[in-house]
Design a protein around this ligand. Structure first.
Ligand SMILES: NC(=O)c1ccc[n+]([C@@H]2O[C@H](COP(=O)([O-])OP(=O)(O)OC[C@H]3O[C@@H](n4cnc5c(N)ncnc54)[C@H](O)[C@@H]3O)[C@@H](O)[C@H]2O)c1
Length: 442
C-alpha cells in the first residue's frame, strides 16, 4: 500500500483505526472514530475491558453507554487482546498509561511494551500516533527505534507522529470533538497524515514542527496548571495564618479583571494521572541537559504538602472542638481526585486518610457517590450512605471533593464540625462557627 492510498483511505473513511489502551483516553477516542462510521479496533491487555466492550457494556463515565452499545452492535467497534490483529489496521493510536515510579521518575515501560507489540506486526504504509503524555523525544528516541528495529523505516515504509490528549474527564463544554489538538510528525508527511486522521473527529487540528514540540507543549499545559495551583495553595496558607482574609474571595475578586488573569483555586492537593505526574517527566528530562527546573520542583513541593497541611487543619480543628483525633469519628465526603468523576488515582483525599490512619485515627469512613469502595493502607473501605444520622454522628466532616450531588445546606445543618477544603460551604449562612474553610481559617 502506498502513502497516497493511505491518504485516500482516510478521506473515504475506509482506513481501519486501532486504539491501543482502552482507558479514560482510549475508549472515548475509539467511540468518536467508530461514531463517524470508521471501523475501530481497540486493543487492551485487560481482558475484562475488552469483554465489556464486546458485550456493548460501557465502563468509562464520559462515554455514552447507548452510543457504545449501538456501535458494537453495528460491528464498527470491537475490542481484542490480540496484537496479532495490528496487521489489519491502517492507523494505530497508543493511549497507554505513563505513571511515575515511587521515586517520581517517568515510567515509560507501557509505551515501550505497546510499541514492541505493535512492531511485531508492523507493515508498510501504517501510521502510528502516540498519545500518551511523555517527555520530549520519546516518540523519536524510544518509539521510533523500537519500530525501526523491524527493518522498516519512517516515511519510506511507515509514518509516526505524536498528538497529545487534552480530554478533561467530567467536562461537558469541551469534549473530544471541539477541543483542538496539536500534532507533530517525525516528517512533514507524517504530520500531514496524522492531521488528516485527527480531522475526521476533531474540529481544529494544529500541526507543529516536530513530535518534541508537541510533547513539550503538552507538558507546558499541565505544568502551567500545577504552578498556578501551587501559587493559590500557598496563598491559602497565608490567608489561614492571617486569619482575616478569605482566599476564595480574593481569587474571585482578582478574576473580575478581564485580561491577564486566570482563576485557579486552592484545594487539599492535586491528584489524577496528569497534573501531579507530568511535571516530573520534564524535570527528569531536563537533568539530561544539566538543567534543574525550579518552577516544577517548587510547585510540586507546595502541592504535595497540601494533604499534610489539611491533616494538620483537621487535627487542630478537632482539638479546638474538644475531640481528640484518635477517638473522633471522621467522615470524608468526596474521595475522587476531582468533582463529579470516579477516578481516585493519586487522590489527595486518600493521602489525607492514610496520614490520619498512620497517626492513630480509629474511626474513619467516607461517602462518595462515584466510588463504591476503595483501598486505604491495605484495607478496603466502603462508601457509607449519606444519611442525616450518619452526618450527625460524625465528629468531623471533611469535604475533600465537592461533588455536585451533595446537599451542602443539609450537611451543614446536621454536622458538628466541617473542614471544607473546596469552599463548598461558601453560600451556607447558618452555623458558620462550626465550618473551617481552607484558606479562611479563623
Ligand atoms: N485520564 C486523563 O484525563 C488524561 C488526559 C490527558 C492525557 N492523558 C494521558 O493519556 C495516557 C492514558 O491515560 P488513561 O487515563 O487513559 O489511562 P488508563 O489507565 O485509564 O488506560 C490505559 C489503558 O491501557 C491499557 N494498557 C496498559 N498497557 C497496555 C499494553 N501494553 N497494551 C495494550 N493496552 C495496555 C490498560 O489496561 C488500560 O486499559 C496517559 O499517558 C495519560 O497521562 C490522560
Amino acid at each position: 500500500m502506498t502513502q497516497m492510498s493511505l491518504e485516500q483511505k482516510i478521506r473515504d473513511k475506509s482506513a481501519k483505526i486501532g486504539i491501543v489502551g482502552l482507558g479514560y483516553v482510549g475508549l472515548p477516542l475509539a467511540v468518536e472514530f467508530a461514531d463517524k462510521g470508521i471501523y475501530t479496533l481497540g486493543i487492551d491487555i485487560d481482558m475484562a475491558k475488552v469483554e465489556s466492550i464486546n458485550r456493548g457494556a460501557n465502563y468509562i463515565q464520559d462515554v455514552d453507554s447507548g452510543r457504545l452499545e449501538k456501535l458494537v452492535k453495528n460491528g464498527v467497534l470491537e475490542g481484542t487482546t490480540r496484537y496479532g490483529r495490528v496487521g489489519e489496521l491502517d492507523i494505530i493510536f497508543i493511549c497507554v498509561p505513563t505513571p511515575f515510579t515511587p521515586n517520581k521518575e517517568p515510567d515509560i515501560t507501557y509505551i515501550e511494551e505497546a510499541s514492541k507489540n505493535i512492531a511485531e506486526h508492523l507493515r508498510k504504509g501504517q501510521l502510528i500516533i502516540l498519545k500518551s503524555t511523555t517527555f520530549p523525544e520519546t516518540t523519536e528516541r524510544v518509539v521510533q527505534p523500537i519500530l525501526e528495529a523491524t527493518g522498516l523505516k519512517v516515511e519510506s515504509d511507515f509514518n509516526l507522529a505524536f498528538s497529545p490528549e487534552r480530554i478533561d474527564p467530567g467536562r461537558e463544554d469541551f469534549t473530544t470533538g471541539n477541543t483542538p489538538v496539536i500534532v507533530g510528525g517525525v516528517t512533514e508527511r507524517c504530520t500531514q497524515l496524522a492531521v488528516l486522521v485527527c480531522e475526521q473527529i476533531i474540529e481544529k487540528v494544529v500541526p507543529v514542527s516536530s513530535p518534541r514540540t508537541a510533547e513539550m507543549a503538552k507538558l507546558l499545559e499541565n505544568i502551567f496548571r500545577s504552578v498556578n495551583i501551587a501559587l493559590v495553595n500557598e496563598l491559602a496558607q497565608l490567608c489561614d495564618r492571617m486569619g482575616n482574609v478569605d482566599v476564595w474571595e480574593v481569587v474571585q475578586a482578582a478574576a473580575t479583571k478581564p485580561f491577564g488573569f486566570m482563576p485557579f483555586f486552592p484545594g487539599p492537593g492535586i491528584g489524577g494521572h496528569c497534573i501531579l505526574v507530568d511535571p516530573y517527566y520534564l524535570s527528569w528530562k531536563a537533568k539530561e541537559y544539566d538543567f534543574h527546573s525550579d518552577f516544577i520542583e517548587l510547585a510540586a513541593r507546595t502541592n504535595e504538602n497540601m494533604p499534610f497541611y489539611v491533616m494538620d487543619l483537621i487535627i487542630r480543628s478537632l482539638s479546638e472542638n474538644g475531640a481528640p483525633m484518635n477517638s473522633a469519628k471522621l467522615l470524608f465526603l468526596g474521595i475522587s481526585f476531582k468533582k463529579d468523576v470516579d477516578d481516585v488515582r493519586n487522590s489527595p483525599a486518600l493521602k489525607i486518610m492514610e496520614l490520619l490512619l498512620q497517626r492513630g485515627a480509629q474511626n474513619l469512613s467516607y461517602n462518595d457517590p462515584y466510588v463504591p469502595s476503595v483501598q486505604v493502607n491495605g484495607s478496603t473501605l466502603e462508601s457509607q450512605e449519606l444519611k442525616d444520622a450518619t452526618v450527625r454522628d460524625a465528629d468531623c466532616i471533611i469535604i475533600t471533593t465537592d461533588h455536585s450531588d451533595y446537599d451542602v445546606d443539609k450537611i451543614v445543618k446536621n454536622a458538628k464540625l466541617i473542614v471544607d477544603t473546596r469552599n463548598a460551604t461558601k453560600s451556607v449562612h447558618h452555623g458558620r462557627k462550626k465550618i473551617v474553610r481552607l484558606g479562611s481559617y479563623k
